[in-house]
Design a protein around this ligand. Structure first.
Ligand code: FAD
Length: 305
């Protein structure tokens, strides 16, 4: 075990963790970033046959500026995954890595993000980011005069359909169950001429060539195929909050509850970005939250309440 007690260990190297690290450098904090890689979910971008180059600013570019700042400070980062966070009787925490190494810290900042819930059907893995994606909010603006399929039956899916409806030529919602289809928003969407809602249809397969071309669905034993330019899986996000689940308060979906200073319910544990209940799921928001968390941690280390 490394006996040095860090002031803060940032777990996760996505937008929230990177901006937190950049602000920690500015404050000359003794900070350590532990993450298998840097960039988080922004490391991958959706490829579409009609898009050669992204004219809009995407997360990847913003994050790369912060990433390069952290990359050359190799004393500040450990390329690994955290297995366990153990509170110490003497104060602070022991952070245990998958490879058995351990680090001590006064404060933990959790920025482990969230992952989109998968469909687990043939073709999903093959076409991921080749027309199949889990983030409508990021890519909807690219669908002018294009068709799109959204899969999901909750608020997230309805919001995705609403966003695409203003841009795409046609949007099909494939709802695996009736879910939230009684909501007023669902009724409003059903009345739009460029929306089809397929209630209680199961996605069986995603098909394509170099990119997604169609989705095979089934209802009452009957299968049909819907041609589309892209498919968005909007079944919900799953927070990567297992590391602190035994210590801090989570909401019903497993997201870490934080206050306006990014404090969790456990003293000394902070959280920022997609793993939290803060309204996020975008790079800019996660970066702002990560920066805010470090400023808040800085205050705690100074003894300012
Ligand atoms: C396909 C896709 C494309 C997107 N594109 C954009 C975009 O262009 N613009 C935009 O604004 N938003 C985009 N988003 C949303 C955006 O990526 C997220 O909101 C943002 O990345 C969240 O940042 P985060 O730091 O909270 O988490 P993440 O980016 O998820 O990063 C989490 C980090 O924690 C690490 N980690 C997880 N578990 C552990 C552990 N046990 N130990 C150590 N490290 C761990 C991970 O390796 C990762 O580095 C996109 C999302 C998706 C799914």
């Amino acid at each position: 075990m490394s006996e040095a007690m860090h002031e803060v260990i940032i777990i996760g190297g996505g937008p929230a963790g990177l901006s937190a690290a950049a602000y920690a450098i500015r404050k000359r904090l003794d900070a350590l970033v532990i993450s298998p890689g840097l960039g988080g979910r922004t490391n991958r971008r959706l490829e579409l046959p009609w898009v050669d180059d992204y004219k809009v600013l995407i997360g990847e570019e913003m994050v790369s500026r912060f990433r390069s700042q952290i990359e050359y400070l190799d004393f500040m980062r450990v390329r690994s995954k955290v297995k366990e966070i153990v509170p110490r009787d003497e104060g602070g925490f022991r952070v245990v890595l998958n490879d058995g190494k351990e680090y001590l810290t006064k404060i933990v900042l959790l920025t482990t993000g969230a992952v989109g819930e998968m469909l687990n059907v043939p073709g999903e893995a093959e076409f991921e980011m080749k027309g199949l994606c889990y983030s409508t909010v990021t890519y909807a603006p690219l669908f002018i005069d294009r068709t799109a399929v959204v899969v999901g039956d909750g608020c997230q899916a309805l919001r995705a359909v609403a966003e695409l409806q203003r841009i795409a030529s046609h949007v099909t919602l494939i709802a695996p169950t009736h879910g939230q289809l009684d909501m007023q928003l669902a009724r409003n969407l059903a009345a739009e001429r460029n929306i089809t809602i397929m209630d209680s249809y199961e996605v069986v397969e995603i098909k394509g060539d170099d990119f997604v071309r169609s989705v095979v669905v089934r209802k009452d034993g009957q299968t049909s195929e819907i041609r589309t330019d892209a498919i968005f899986i909007e079944k919900g996000l799953k927070a990567n909050s297992e590391l602190v689940a035994h210590l801090v308060d989570l909401d019903e979906q497993g997201f870490v509850k934080v206050d306006e200073m990014n404090r969790t319910s456990y003293p000394g544990i902070y959280a920022a970005g997609d793993v939290t209940t803060a309204y996020s799921d975008q790079v800019l928001i996660s970066m702002g939250e990560g920066a805010k968390a470090i400023l808040s941690i800085y205050d705690e280390l100074l003894g300012i309440c």
